[in-house]
Design a protein around this ligand. Structure first.
Ligand SMILES: Nc1ncnc2c1ncn2[C@@H]1O[C@H](COP(=O)(O)OP(=O)(O)OP(=O)(O)O)[C@@H](O)[C@H]1O
Ligand SMILES: O=C(O)c1ccc[n+]([C@@H]2O[C@H](COP(=O)([O-])O)[C@@H](O)[C@H]2O)c1
Length: 216
């Protein structure tokens, strides 16, 4: 049988996408030997206010950020659903498209993972994909409660074990920490600064051309 594809999926508000996302994605893609690392900008984030910057502009910035970077792609499907961007809906669609054998890996930061039990139909997520948590050396994980129980039941220790199944397992993968956040970037622009180290140049240019994040 031919080797099934390994697809990593990073959902986010990407308001804006930044070098922390990109560098982590490239590192994780290499760790997984993934065929593709796909960014999935959300349209209407379920757990935060709708961003001031439009979904189309956030998508455009992701497109600019990944242009020319092999193996990185963007998927705008959540913009087609005019409802809250629930991850379970996206994973059900992707599993249907890729078939039962593809290895689908939903990627998230450790902060997001700590609140996973607040997500819509969160107990079904592992039916459709693995979850990979981008951990930091100092990251604290819950030791009790539903997320701790999920971890205890589904955690695997290595990528090799994870890749033996198409879905259903949880991996904490320590990556190089990049202390960059979109919140700090938006704040920097509001203060009239130019956070050029935190952003890919085409994204920085786009933000300036469209005068984004000047006020909020
Ligand atoms: N510097 C970073 N390194 C690794 N992962 C990150 C980093 N910043 C964000 N992430 C993760 O990427 C995903 C999408 O993040 P998101 O678009 O919300 O960016 P953010 O920088 O966390 O934004 P904000 O500051 O507005 O919350 C989340 O799972 C988040 O945990
Ligand atoms: O499905 C949910 O209930 C859910 C709740 C919170 C966040 N998410 C997804 O998690 C991803 C990261 O969200 P955020 O707000 O940290 O950018 C993004 O793809 C969201 O759609 C999904």
């Amino acid at each position: 049988m031919t080797k099934p594809p390994v697809i990593a999926l990073l959902g986010g508000t990407f308001d804006p996408i930044h070098n922390g996302h990109l560098l982590s994605a490239q590192e994780l893609k290499a760790v997984l030997a993934a065929d593709e690392f796909r960014f999935i900008p959300c349209h209407r984030p379920p757990h935060r206010a709708t961003p001031g910057v439009s979904s189309q502009q956030r998508l455009a910035m992701v497109e600019l950020a990944i242009a020319g970077k092999p193996g990185l792609s963007v998927d705008g499907r959540e913009l087609q659903r005019d409802q809250l961007s629930y991850t379970i809906d996206t994973l059900i669609e992707l599993r249907r498209e890729y078939g039962e054998h593809a290895v689908l890996c939903w990627v998230m930061g450790v902060d997001a993972f700590c609140h996973l039990d607040t997500w819509h139909r969160w107990q079904e997520l592992l039916d459709y994909a693995h979850i990979i948590v981008m951990a930091r050396p100092e990251a604290t994980l819950p030791t009790q409660g539903p997320v701790a129980e999920l971890l205890a039941a589904h955690q695997v220790e290595t990528v090799a074990v994870l890749l033996q199944q198409p879905a259903g397992q949880l991996l904490l993968q320590t990556l190089t920490p990049y202390p960059i956040s979109a919140t700090a970037i938006r704040q920097a622009f509001r203060e009239g600064k130019r956070p050029s180290q935190a952003l890919p140049e085409p994204v920085l240019n786009y933000i300036e051309q469209h005068q984004l994040y000047r006020s909020e």
